[in-house]
Design a protein around this ligand. Structure first.
Ligand SMILES: NC(=O)c1ccc[n+]([C@@H]2O[C@H](COP(=O)([O-])OP(=O)(O)OC[C@H]3O[C@@H](n4cnc5c(N)ncnc54)[C@H](OP(=O)(O)O)[C@@H]3O)[C@@H](O)[C@H]2O)c1
Length: 360
């Protein structure tokens, strides 16, 4: 689903003979004309006002995150790509600026996220049909509203949709420091499910472990701590996991599989190391493991399921029992540094919400 502005459509001409149309304000956007390295193909552009039809809604974007998949889309290495030129960004929150004459259920000032996947959120105003916006509780912290529909939703769906987990069961994941990973830890804890978490070796890995334990992780191991035979001995009396989640690939995927119980399933949803998954033959033969993949867009959550999942997650956020760390200092996250020139321009041009480095 692409926004009216996302493919840089030429605005319709307004005729003086017609009934006066509602025009959106001009928008400023981060655009890419072709796929390639984000620091060279992205630019800031001004988009003229758009004539809104009676069912359309104009939303002033308040915050939009930079997800790894946003970068992959700009690079052209993602499976589903909007046509170019395109406005970047796939997720975000906004406030309704104006509505068409036939729009009854949404009003200016409402806080909204998209009701379906909408390309082109890295811009100041987005015009789309009313059916594509979902009104959320105004008491929702803006940074969570902006980021709920990709990472937390993926974490929730992966815990719900692959293995029938019950309290007392165990899951294992790599990339546990990621936003998805942090959500998995907390959503598992809420359901009484143990989580075994794998992180990269770092000088401050003890501090990271502490943070994840505070979120509700049952156990956290660095990759080097798992270079041993019989990793399941490290579990003590915790049952072996029936579900594994992999967003790293390479040997970090094998570490997930090492923990799985007989007949366990590993779901791959990301490949942050950019390395192919290498799984020891032994685990297929002796543990009969299954490997599956997850892509949120292809989950085909119907509207009711989507809204129900989002409402559930945002209620947990408002209750203070689902939290994640969004701030990543520029330079430490390769994703951000690759966009830095454009983001600096954007900051210089616009004076709108910028709560964290991870947002446009
Ligand atoms: N399939 C789907 O529908 C779907 C939906 C949502 C997200 N995802 C994917 O999920 C993954 C996590 O997304 P996110 O937004 O939660 O990420 P994020 O918060 O930016 O975190 C990135 C994670 O990847 C690790 N990492 C980065 N580069 C790495 C490397 N070269 N080798 C090993 N580990 C590396 C980081 O570890 P450190 O903390 O040690 O740096 C961190 O745990 C991404 O691959 C994203 O595309 C997929």
């Amino acid at each position: 689903m692409f926004s009216r502005h996302s493919h840089l459509v030429v605005p319709k001409q307004t005729s003086v003979l017609n009934f006066p149309a509602t025009m959106s304000p001009p928008s400023t956007a981060i655009v890419y004309d072709q796929h390639g390295p984000p620091d060279t193909v992205t630019r800031i552009t001004k988009i003229p006002p758009v004539e809104m039809n009676e069912n359309e809604v104009c939303v002033k974007m308040l915050a939009a995150p930079i997800n790894p998949a946003d970068i992959n889309r700009i690079e052209g290495v993602y499976l589903v790509l909007p046509p170019t030129p395109a406005i970047a960004g796939w997720e975000g929150v906004g406030e309704i600026h104006s509505v068409g004459s036939a729009v009854m259920s949404l009003s200016p000032g409402d806080l909204v996220i998209h009701a379906a996947y909408l390309s082109g959120t890295w811009q100041t105003y987005v015009v789309e049909d009313q059916s594509l916006w979902y009104k959320i509780d105004k008491n929702t912290p803006i940074e969570y509203a902006a980021t709920v529909s990709v990472n937390p939703l993926s974490a929730l769906r992966m815990l719900e949709d692959f293995v029938a987990l019950k309290p007392g069961d165990t899951i294992v994941q790599n990339g546990a420091t990621s936003i998805v990973g942090q959500c998995v830890i907390q959503l598992a804890r809420i359901r009484g499910i143990h989580s075994i978490n794998i992180i990269r070796d770092k000088p401050d890995s003890d501090k990271i472990k502490e943070k994840l334990i505070k979120l509700g992780a049952t156990k956290v191991f660095t990759e080097s701590e798992l270079e041993v035979k019989g990793v399941t001995n490290l579990l003590g009396d915790i049952p072996k996991p029936s579900l594994g989640l992999n967003c790293i690939g390479g040997k970090a995927a094998n570490m997930v599989v090492k923990f799985l119980k007989q007949g366990g399933t590993m779901v791959t949803y990301g490949g942050m190391s950019k390395k192919p998954i290498t799984i020891s033959t032994t685990y297929f033969i002796f543990k009969d493991i299954s490997l599956k993949g997850f892509l949120l867009q292809e989950k085909y959550l119907d509207e009711a399921q989507y809204r129900c999942s989002i409402d559930h997650l945002l209620a947990l956020v408002r209750a203070g029992i689902l939290q994640y760390e969004l701030s990543k200092p520029l330079g430490t996250l390769s994703v951000l540094s690759r966009l830095e020139p454009t983001l600096r321009m954007w900051l210089a041009l616009e004076n709108h919400y910028w709560p964290q480095r991870t947002f446009v």
